[in-house]
Design a protein around this ligand. Structure first.
Ligand code: ARG
Length: 461
């Protein structure tokens, strides 16, 4: 293609080097913004007609031309041309070829600098909603598990050492909360995404009589951006979006780690459905948790995407710089990775079984009611630090004699503190321990039942 036939070719006398065309093209990945690009152009053309910048007839030709182009893209017959660089110029050139002079008026009072900003905002606005729906699915899976296993106990860990007994449902609802915060973050970042950039033009606004508020209304933006220079150089909203996605990915990854661990023979806390595991090509006995492993493994690329994006922005002078084109691949890859991870996690959880017998058995060892015993002494007016030390000695005695706290007789217990009475046996049991934790946010059945009801209400279950 000669430069004279390129949309920006006027001032050029030489043809662009093929290597440059290949190096600068973004159509291989920004083609995915075609719908948003066309929607933006439709609203822009409508405004140009209303403002008398183009005729109603030209507006109608543009409208129909764009509808045709969208159809061609959807049917897979549109000819994407790398020498036309990006999605904006591919569509605009196709429009000019299709409808002639009217097509050449579409770019009036617009620059690709505000156009790409608009496309990205429209795209992220939709993706925010899709991700929210996926987060709701994952939360729903957790709430269902919490309901199904209400009452079942399991060991709780700190430092991955047995710490205190818990309800399985409490653990499930912990993840419900984490993914709930992810939804809030997306909602908050959507406020900054949802501002119309079009009309900033190249960097300084335009001298032509446009109506930005009209375009905002057409495209469902509650506000227009305030400063044209800030607008075309701004990708903060993309950073916020990718960073919200990174936290989603981290939550998925932490969950995956627990599933991998819990499905080992050593833990044997859960059973992943056969349909969600894969085998080994050499070891016939293997059933591997590849899904959670892959999700955990994909965290690297998501974190990397966030780093790419913020590093790309770091040294940029105002306003638009071509560096900004490098925003798309990290954003798109993040969306693809996190969406897939959420979707498969919701399915995996729906097919997950807890081995309640094994979980219960695991709470019986590891002196997990030691804190309860210390609290018992506190209730008998012994200062906590002293109680801690007394029970520490009691545990050491158990370790030495290969006993659990529950195996000790009243007389043995009383050797460590005379305030201990027969009522001690109520707090020594796993059930008693769990049931005593009634502070707000605690693991007692009363609190967890309330939390579960609240979660179900929130999700409309
Ligand atoms: N493909 C470009 C991008 O993604 C669109 C804007 C190009 N603007 C320019 N003046 N070359 O950023």
């Amino acid at each position: 293609m000669t430069n004279k036939s390129k949309l920006w070719g006027g001032r050029f006398t030489e043809k662009t080097a093929a290597s440059v065309e290949a190096f600068t093209a973004s159509i291989q990945y920004d083609g995915r913004l075609y719908k948003q690009d066309i929607a933006g152009s439709q609203a822009h053309a409508k405004m140009l007609v209303k403002q008398g910048l183009i005729t109603a007839e030209e507006g109608e030709q543009i409208r129909r031309g764009l509808v045709d182009i969208e159809q061609e893209i959807e049917q897979g017959v549109f000819d994407f041309r790398p020498e036309l660089e990006d999605i904006h110029m591919n569509i605009e050139k196709a429009l000019v070829d299709k409808i002639g002079p009217a097509g050449a008026r579409l770019h009036t009072a617009r620059s690709r600098n505000d156009q790409i900003n608009l496309d990205l905002r429209l795209y992220l606005r939709e993706e925010t909603e899709k991700l929210t729906a996926l987060l709701v699915d994952v939360q729903t899976s957790f709430v269902k598990l919490a309901g199904k296993y209400l009452g079942a106990v399991m060991p709780g860990y700190t430092h991955l050492q047995r710490a205190q007994p818990l309800l399985v449902s409490h653990h499930m609802l912990a993840y419900y909360e984490m993914f709930g915060r992810d939804r809030e973050r997306l909602l908050d970042c959507a406020k900054r995404i949802n501002v119309l950039p079009l009309g900033a033009a190249a960097l300084a606004g335009t001298g032509l009589p446009i109506d930005r508020e009209f375009v905002a209304k057409e495209l469902g933006f509650p506000k227009v951006t305030a400063n044209s220079m800030d607008t075309v150089g701004d990708r903060d909203f993309a950073v916020e979006f990718v960073s919200a996605c990174t936290l989603i990915q981290l939550h998925l990854s932490r969950l995956s780690e627990e599933l991998v661990l819990w499905s080992t023979a050593e833990f044997n806390f859960v059973e992943l459905a056969d349909s969600f595991c894969t085998g080994s090509s050499i070891m016939p006995q293997k059933k591997n948790p590849d899904i959670p492993e892959l999700i955990r493994g994909k965290s690297g690329r998501v974190v990397g995407n966030l780093m790419s994006l913020i590093t790309m922005l770091k040294g940029l002078p105002l306003t638009y710089n071509r560096d900004l084109q490098e925003d798309k691949e990290p954003v798109f890859d993040t969306i693809d990775t996190v969406s897939q991870g959420l979707a498969i996690t919701a399915e995996l959880l729906a097919n997950l079984k807890f081995n309640t017998g094994r979980l219960e058995e695991a709470t019986r060892t590891g002196y997990m009611t030691a804190t309860d015993l210390a609290d018992y002494l506190v209730m008998k007016n012994i200062p906590f630090r002293q109680a801690h030390s007394i029970i520490g000695k009691t545990v050491a005695h158990c370790v030495e004699n290969k006993k659990e706290l529950t195996d000790l007789s009243l007389a043995e217990l009383q050797q460590f503190s005379e305030v201990i009475e027969p009522d001690v046996f109520e707090v020594l049991t796993v059930e008693g321990s769990v049931d005593s934790r009634r502070s707000i946010g605690g693991t007692s059945i009363i609190r967890v039942t309330e939390a579960l009801a609240e979660a179900e209400r929130n999700l409309g279950l």
